[in-house]
Design a protein around this ligand. Sequence first.
Ligand SMILES: [Zn+2]
Length: 164
Amino acid sequence: MYDLVLAAGNTLPDMRNGGIDPTELERAKVMENRDKELLDHARAVRDRAHAPYSKFKVGAAIVDEAGRIHVGCNVENAAYPLGACAEATAIGAMVSSSGNKIAAIAIVGGRSKLELCPPCGGCRQRIAEFGDANTNILLMDENGDIQRYTLAELLPLAFRLDGK
Ligand SMILES: [Zn+2]
């Protein structure tokens, strides 16, 4: 429960009412459900991954600035460097649907079972192109344990043409 409150805003709980603010708790539950829904989309699209070489299937689901969800999976190629990451194909789907900004992205991957699958370095930069320091990145392992990061945590000092 304490974790839920922290996840909602990274603030310490109000100690009145035993430290639980009902409004905050409700908000945390809504966010938790949204995170799980986005992760479910990532899991579903992972099944369609084309990964005959690495056998490492990845699914990614983005919620954009309008609340729309866009999904992508990794697409490998016999010429290995031509393979595309799930995050990249999900971003392509978002842009193709006129989405402009990544509010959150969920990523799941693994061979037989889900392993914690943080985005590769290149994809962190791809996410930065359509996100900001507070963009949420959600990861989940086989046990259903969810890890939440901001882009700033995973890509400090991101490259930007304007230097900002
Ligand atoms: Zn990648």
